[in-house]
Structure formats: C-alpha cells, structure tokens
Design a protein around this ligand. Sequence first.
Ligand SMILES: O=C[C@H](O)[C@H](O)[C@H](O)COP(=O)(O)O
Length: 247
Amino acid sequence: MSPRPLAEGTKTVPQDELKRIAAYKAVEYVKSGMVLGLGTGSTANFAVARIGQLLKEGKLKDIIAVATSTRTAEQAVAAGIPLSGLDDHPLIDLSIDGADEVDPDLNLVKGRGGALLREKMVETASATFVVVVDETKLVDALGGSGLAMPVEVVQFCWKYNAERLKKLPELAGCEVKLRMEGDNPFVTDNSNYIIELYFKDPIKDAKAAANAISSIPGVVGHGLFLDMATHVIIASVDGVTVRSKHS
Ligand SMILES: O=C[C@H](O)[C@H](O)[C@H](O)COP(=O)(O)O
C-alpha cells in the first residue's frame, strides 16, 4: 500500500486503494468482444489485473488487447489477456490508463512512467479513452503539479534538444533534466531518452506548448495529452466521480 494516505477530516484511504477503485470502475466499461488499449503505471495495473481476472472467471470473452509498454505487455500475458498490435487492430474500442495530471477540461499530462509515446499512439486510436486517477492528480492547469512533464527525444544530440526545449517561449523558461535510471539515462521502450520539463508556473497555453515541442526535430513525443480523454474516473475519500467530455 502507498505510504501516503489521503485524509479529509477523520477519513483516510490509502492512495493505492483509490487507484484500485478507479480502475475497477473503468473496467465496468469493458464488454466481451472488445479490442482494448491497456495503459501503463500503478493505476492502470489494477485495470489490467481486473480484466485478466474477469477473463479467467468467464465473465469477459473474446478480448484482444494492445499494450502501451513492455511492462504492461508482460503483465497482460501473465494475466492471460491475448495481445495484438495496432498493425492488426488499428481501431481500439476502449483504452484505460492512468495520468499524472488532469485539468478541468480533461486534458492530461502523462508519461512519468516513460510510456508516453506508445500510450499516445494507442489512445489516439481509441473510440473511448477512460482515464483513471485518484484525486491527487487533479490540477487547475497543466504543469501545475510542479512535477516532471516528459518529452521523448532521440538519443542523438539530446543536450542540444534539451536546450532548444528550454528556450521555447511557449514553455516560459522551464527547467530541463535528462531522466536517469541509477547512473545511466533512462531508455524508453523505443530506445529513446526522456527530457523532463519542470514548470515554475502552470502552462498558459497547452496547445501552443504542445505544437512548439512537436516542432523540434528529434522530439518523438511529449506528455501533453490534449482533447483525448473521453471520460475521467476520479476516486477520492468521498467516493467515485466520472467526468465525461460531452456532459
Ligand atoms: O508513462 C506512464 C503513464 O503515463 C502513467 O499512466 C502515468 O504516469 C500515471 O501513472 P500512475 O498511475 O502510476 O500514477
């Protein structure tokens, strides 16, 4: 369980339990015969495990899934979930994934687990994209958590691209750091590096920031997931709330 319980008044709920509750709620959207996108991270893990459990119990049938990382693919295989890829299944019925930040318009920061590129490919191909979070992920504006916003870059001349990112006026002088894993740079499933952006203030215009980041040659993806989520399921000490794009 998470060491950080959430508290309101006298109520406390371990953060991992909130993640599980949100993930299980999202799995209620899964129907037999669907092609699913399986997200990555500690919240998405609960959804993958639950789907595997329902398949084993025979309560779900004929599911095919596309995993957003090698970690999730390994978990899915162990859970007995049949896997495919976008080459064979270019249309995903439903994706379920966590997020690092969620703004009031259901725009997201994702990718602190390093899976942003495959997540964005799979979730862009999804008719329905359900995001599962505990209430700590809610922000008034993206970049507002003070934590890293990842940008995936090719390894070639990454320092040059880190400097270019730092100088983008749309990012208003953010700090940049290469993501490390121990003494070595973190390497994504796609053999790229991650430059982490740290904002002093929330991003003023997320769309302009996303376009500016994408315009740099050598950037292969970024963690701004704008206008993609159709539903966000938020678990809090007070219960579960579902926010939907068009409601
Ligand atoms: O690359 C990682 C993903 O975008 C995760 O979905 C995101 O970081 C949220 O992860 P968690 O549910 O572990 O907070």
